[in-house]
Design a binder for this molecule. Structure first.
Ligand code: ADP
Length: 244
C-alpha cells in the first residue's frame, strides 16, 4: 500500500491562487478530503491523480509501488448512454492500461465488486442514478489501481444507495490507498481513517474523525447537529471560516 507525499503544491487559475504551498501526507487506508465549495478539492484530487500538473511542487509515493496505478472516479461519470454496462467498464480498463484480452475479465470483477454484475448486458441509459454512480466506481477501479481517488462519490444518492457505495469504498480501503472528497459528514464518519481539511489553499487540519468530534464547543449539546457536524463547524470557525 502506498503513502503519498505532497510538497509545496501550488495551483493558480489565472490570478486565482487555489492551492498554496500545500503540504500533506496521505496514509494507506481511507482518507477524507473536506472543504467548502470552491476550496480546491477537485483541483487537489486532479493533481493527485496526475490529471493536472501543479504550477510547482511534487507528489511522491513511498510503499509497495514506486509508480502506483491510479484510478479516478469523477463527480459525474458521463459515458455514452447507448453503451452497454460491460463495454463501458472494459473500455475504461483498456484506456487505463490493461491489455484488451484482460479487460473483459477485469470488468466482470469490477462489476461484481459494485454489485452490478446482473446489469452487465444492459445499456447505461437504463441504470438509476445510484447504479450509474457505482458504474463510475467500477470504471475507475477495473484496472486494479493502487491508489483510488473519488470526487464526491455519494452526491445525489438516496440513503440506501449511499450505504451501498460506502460498502464498496470501505472494502477497497482495506487493500489500497483511497482518497475521497465529500460534503457528507456521515460518509466521513463511517468510512474514513483520517481526514484532511482544505481551506485557504492548504490542508489546515489533518487528523482522525474522533479528533474532529472532540473539537465541538464544550457548552453545546443536542440540537439538530451531530457531534461530528458540531466539531467540523467549530474547527472551521477556528480556522477562520475557510473562505479565502
Ligand atoms: P471544490 O472542488 O473544492 O469545490 P475546485 O477545485 O473545483 O473546488 O475549484 C477551486 C476554485 O478554482 C474555484 O473558485 C473554481 O471556480 C476555480 N476553478 C476550478 N477550475 C478552474 C478552471 N479550470 N479555470 C478557472 N478557475 C477554476
Amino acid at each position: 500500500m502506498n503513502t503519498i507525499e505532497l510538497e509545496g503544491i501550488n495551483v493558480r487559475y489565472g490570478r486565482k491562487h487555489v492551492l498554496r504551498d500545500l503540504e500533506w501526507t496521505i496514509q494507506p487506508g481511507i482518507t477524507g478530503l473536506l472543504g467548502e465549495n470552491g476550496a480546491g478539492k477537485t483541483t487537489l484530487l486532479s493533481v493527485l491523480a496526475g490529471l493536472r500538473r501543479p504550477d510547482s511542487g511534487t507528489v511522491d509515493f513511498s510503499g509497495a509501488f514506486a509508480a502506483p496505478r491510479f484510478g479516478f472516479v469523477p463527480q459525474r461519470f458521463s459515458t455514452p448512454p447507448e453503451m452497454r454496462v460491460m463495454d463501458t467498464v472494459s473500455y475504461a480498463a483498456w484506456v487505463n492500461g490493461l491489455a484488451r484480452r484482460d479487460s473483459h475479465d477485469a470488468a466482470v470483477r469490477a462489476l461484481e465488486a459494485v454489485d452490478l454484475a446482473d446489469r452487465a448486458r444492459d445499456r447505461v441509459r437504463s441504470l438509476s442514478g445510484g447504479q450509474r454512480q457505482r458504474l463510475g466506481i467500477a470504471a475507475g477501479l477495473a484496472h486494479a489501481p493502487d491508489v483510488l481517488v473519488l470526487d464526491e462519490p455519494t452526491v445525489g444518492l438516496d440513503p440506501a444507495q449511499r450505504v451501498r457505495v460506502r460498502e464498496v469504498v470501505a472494502s477497497l480501503g482495506r487493500s489500497r490507498t483511497v482518497l475521497l472528497s465529500t460534503h457528507v459528514l456521515e460518509d466521513v464518519h463511517h468510512l474514513c481513517d483520517r481526514v484532511g481539511l482544505l481551506t485557504g489553499g492548504r490542508i489546515a487540519f489533518d487528523g482522525t474523525v474522533s479528533e474532529i468530534k472532540h473539537k465541538m464547543h464544550a457548552q453545546e449539546s443536542g440540537g439538530l447537529e451531530s457531534a461530528l457536524e458540531r466539531g467540523y463547524r467549530t474547527l472551521m470557525d477556528e480556522l477562520g471560516g475557510g473562505v479565502q
